[in-house]
Design a protein around this ligand. Sequence first.
Ligand code: 5AD
Ligand code: SF4
Length: 439
Amino acid sequence: MVKTYYITTYGCQMNVHESEKLAGILSKKGYIASENIETADIILFNTCAIRENAENHAFGNIGALKKLKKNNKDLIIAVGGCMTQQTGVAEILAKKFPFVDIIFGTHNLDDFGKMLDKKISSKKRVVEVLENEKQICEDTPKFRTSYPNAWVNITYGCNNFCTYCIVPYVRGRERSRKMDDILEECRRIVELGYKEITLLGQNVNSYGLDFNDENITFPILLKKIADIKGDFRLRFMTNHPKDLSDELIEAMLYSDKICKYIHLPVQSGSTKILELMNRRYTRENYLEKIKKLKEKIPNISITTDIMVGFPFETEEDFLDTLNLVKTCRFNGAFTFVYSKRKGTIAEKMDGQIEEAVSKDRIQRLIDLQNQIAKEISLEYKDKIVEVLCEDFDTKKEMYLGRDEFNRMCYFSSDENLIGKFVNVKITKTGGISLVGELV
Ligand code: 5AD
Ligand code: SF4
């Protein structure tokens, strides 16, 4: 009988794509994806460490697997990713959950197949977490799960060391993939019929810096991918404001394939807090970049990440953030309460903010951003937008997709339109997503 696997992914798009690599490794070994965790032969958790609640979720859900293991002694449970890569966590996990069979980190994800073989042949638990990153591995198979979108890594790791962030500690130093490898992957993706490519990196703007070659930069890469023949959209994330160059803005205008959409995390509107965060830009620098983006690309959609409750954040600092949000009028914002991460510089800072204060601030921030998003959404009424149909929502019984600006839109159709570009006239606005009719 064919063996099956079930993967649970926590965290960002990088992790979602890495789970596609784990699925690729398992598929190559003959396993197939299971819809049901309870009947799977292998259960794999790809974890996240960005905030404490991501870890708590994973710990809770791994604990709940004990029951499944009791009923099926042959079940293989594997846990990997950013959470397990942190110093000492693999040991804690191994001790707390003796029923977990394989524990690995971020640096040896490509070796998951070997670890699985080892577990099966030795019948012993395999715990392998490497201290340092290895060279980029180009031949890991991928089992893509997000058609019509395809994720493509362009960089791995991060050199920025924002003081709150665990990423540089669990993903190592920044490494860029060779341009030819990226272009080859993109060509193949387009040939296979994918309609959207999303380039992934912790900071895509610094792509190529490690090659020290002026012909290898992110704007050049973007243009080269856009030159690939075919009907597809091109997106990229995440951007660091300090590295957002005029060349990139110009490159965004180079082709209609490049979505006029950018995710540009600001984190805080207070220069004092930005400095404490080691973000290496001021409130004014950020506002200037936003102004330039809006001037050069008038219809651009901008989203951001914002954190409240960072150490030493006063009410005045927070009001600076609210004010910046009002000025920028982001199309969307991911908002977070600062979470202390072990081993980061901010962990040791005085001036930690009380939970009640952070809770109050995040609510005020969310209320403001919701109001702005609603106002922007109202501008869509009766407009016709081009949507790439991505999926069918069985609850709403409607198809859904996003326009170039990353705005979600629902519509009805008798025909299966997944993977097609369609025009939709917006009839209902005001919520997080739009509703429309095919035209
Ligand atoms: N606490 C809260 N939010 C964090 N982020 C990163 N580290 C932390 C932390 N320690 C947020 C940032 C980042 C996004 C991916 O997650 O806003 O841009
Ligand atoms: Fe973390 Fe900053 Fe690197 Fe982003 S740029 S991954 S927030 S350290």
